[in-house]
Design a protein around this ligand. Structure first.
Ligand SMILES: CC(C)(COP(=O)(O)OP(=O)(O)OC[C@H]1O[C@@H](n2cnc3c(N)ncnc32)[C@H](O)[C@@H]1OP(=O)(O)O)[C@@H](O)C(=O)NCCC(=O)NCCS
Length: 182
């Protein structure tokens, strides 16, 4: 049975010594999160999304829904600015609610500093505390840094699927990875 758990605020330092803070996202973070997603999507190499894929209203609803459902939406702040995010979204059907999908992003300029690891480790700890049994994710196979991070944290490859971010886009192969928490 999954439980509602409030994520703790945690602080630390990046590899280059800058202080960071991980905290639960608030509705006021909507604009910053949208900019982060669009900027990462605009790089065109890390994920299937395209800039503008999510409207401001959809992002507002995503944050509000995560808060209302008790899902995890954690942001990483450096100098008071949101530079990263991890989400753990429980599946919607009752029979699968102990399974959740994880997504993480760190802005360009803040990568390889340990923030992605800190975010995913916090997400795993939260998921265990929340009583989840399984975390699943999808990643582009050539996103070596992300795949390496997930493997280091115990995620295993389970297969491949194909998806297109947009009907006009070519399908891309995705690696399915998961972590058993029980
Ligand atoms: C993937 C992402 C979340 C990782 O976060 P990050 O802050 O850059 O990464 P970190 O510095 O925390 O750690 C990366 C780890 O992978 C290792 N790593 C990085 N590149 C690697 C590579 N090519 N091969 C093997 N290991 C690699 C690092 O050494 C580090 O390991 P360590 O913690 O044991 O030292 C971040 O780079 C990102 O958001 N990228 C763009 C968006 C994205 O890819 N999101 C995920 C989509 S599924």
């Amino acid at each position: 049975m999954s439980r509602a758990v409030t994520p703790p605020v945690t602080t630390g330092r990046t590899r280059s010594g800058r202080p960071y803070r991980l905290r639960a996202a608030r509705e006021a973070d909507t604009g910053a999160l949208l900019r982060l997603h669009d900027a990462v999507a605009a790089e065109g190499r890390w994920m299937t999304g395209v800039p503008g894929a999510r409207s401001a209203l959809e992002q507002t609803l995503t944050v509000a829904s995560a808060i209302a459902r008790g899902d995890l939406m954690l942001v990483a702040e450096v100098d008071g600015e949101v530079v990263g995010e991890v989400t753990v979204s429980r599946r919607w059907d009752r029979s699968s609610r102990a399974i959740a999908d994880l997504a993480v992003a760190v802005g360009e300029g803040y990568r390889d500093e340990g923030l992605g690891r800190a975010l995913v480790e916090a997400a795993i700890a939260w998921s265990r505390a929340a009583g989840l049994v399984r975390l699943a994710l999808r990643v582009l196979p050539d996103n070596r840094r992300a795949v390496a991070l997930y493997r280091k944290l115990g995620f295993e490859e389970e297969g491949r699927s194909r998806a297109a971010a947009d009907p006009a886009e070519a399908e891309r192969e995705l690696l399915l990875m998961a972590l058993a928490l029980d």
